[in-house]
Design a protein around this ligand. Structure first.
Ligand SMILES: *Cc1c(COP(=O)(O)O)cnc(C)c1O
Length: 344
């Protein structure tokens, strides 16, 4: 496995030796009863880092989104979101199936749904219509190529939502990539949101886990929902210990992933200028349009695999997403680029 270069996702990282050690030595309790000291410390650390009152450790980003949306929005109400939102496309329909929420999409521009779009879409309130209960934003935006939601626009969305009394949820699975790309501290985006979730298990490199941050009241409701969804994890300190190492050692090095993604993008643009949108490569993802090469994603995946490079391919797709992360070095990046050039 070790000589494979895995560009499928930033979720594929293996725990570092330091994470393994922290896991082996973690002090644990029963987190469902609230007395796992390692989980409690990580929750306090995360809340304070993001400038929120409280935090809740959850098994996945999908559960993080669910418990936040569920805490903010009653069944039958409406969530306004980007038409490429992760929870709309990649979470198994959870918000509809488990929470009874209606998703109303707004056409995204890059990562952004704008404050004007939001202002026009929030319903004024009538017994005939669903209530607009949450506006959800995503940063960085997965289906928009890992792009950043600009802070000024996030503040403008938050302002409109405050005027209209609608809470904002931030899906910040890769929020620290936005910080690394811009130098803007993650807590500045957090300040635009009533609730947020971020993942330890993406670019930060932990094996498992996400964190929800919000007010004590919303976190307490999120806690009830976590239990309802089966997300109570008992001696969860074992994974929280690795997540803590990820938070302490994984944030600063994200710039390396971004530089590697840029290297891939520039190399591919040399090959064919129309296959990547260089300006759209802001963080650790490169979306490659395969039409100039007359190849499908599945064909490319199979060719790359023969040369030890892994990518994800959805059937019928004519583009692929390449993702850099902690387990892709500079040399791996150069090698992957050579292979890509050869097979394309
Ligand atoms: C990965 C991801 C999630 C969900 O995380 P899981 O841990 O895979 O459930 C949520 N939102 C975004 C934007 C993501 O990229």
């Amino acid at each position: 496995m070790d000589d494979l270069i895995d560009l499928r996702s930033d979720t594929v990282t293996r725990p570092t030796p330091e994470m393994r050690r922290a896991m082996a030595e973690a002090e644990v309790g029963d987190d469902v009863l609230g007395d796992d000291p390692t989980v409690n410390e990580l929750q306090e650390m995360s809340a304070s880092l993001l400038g929120k009152e409280a935090a809740l450790f959850v098994p996945s980003g999908s559960m993080g989104n669910q418990v936040c949306l569920g805490a903010l929005a009653p069944p039958g109400s409406e969530v306004l979101c980007h038409d490429g939102a992760h929870f709309l496309h990649f979470e198994g329909g959870a918000a509809a199936a488990h929470l009874g929420l209606m998703m109303r999409t707004l056409p995204g521009h890059g990562a952004v749904i704008s404050h004007d779009q939001v202002r026009a879409a929030v319903r004024p309130g009538s017994e005939h219509t669903p209530r607009t209960a949450v506006v959800a934003i995503e940063n960085t935006h997965n289906s928009a190529g890992g792009s950043v939601f600009p802070l000024e626009e996030a503040r403008a969305v938050a302002e409109v939502c405050r005027e209209r009394g609608v809470p904002v949820h931030l899906d910040g699975a890769r929020l620290f990539n936005a910080q690394a790309a811009t130098g803007v501290p993650a807590r500045e985006w957090a300040a635009c949101a009533d609730s947020l979730s971020f993942c330890f298990s993406k670019g930060l490199g932990a094996p498992i886990g996400s964190m929800v941050c919000s007010t004590a009241e919303i976190v307490s409701e999120a806690h009830r929902l976590r239990k309802r969804l089966g997300g109570g994890m008992r001696q969860a300190g074992v994974i929280a210990a690795a997540a803590r190492v990820a938070l302490e050692t994984g944030v600063e090095r994200l710039v390396e992933d971004h530089a590697n993604a840029r290297r891939l993008a520039e190399g591919l643009a040399d090959l064919h200028p129309d296959c990547v949108d260089l300006a759209g490569v802001e963080t650790n993802m490169v979306y490659v349009d395969l039409q100039p090469f007359s190849k499908s994603a599945v064909e490319l995946r199979d060719l790359l695999r023969e040369h030890g490079v892994l990518t994800l391919a959805f059937p019928g797709a004519t583009s692929v997403r390449l993702v850099t992360h902690r387990d892709v070095s500079n040399e791996d990046t150069e090698r992957a680029l050579e292979v890509l050039k050869r097979v394309l």
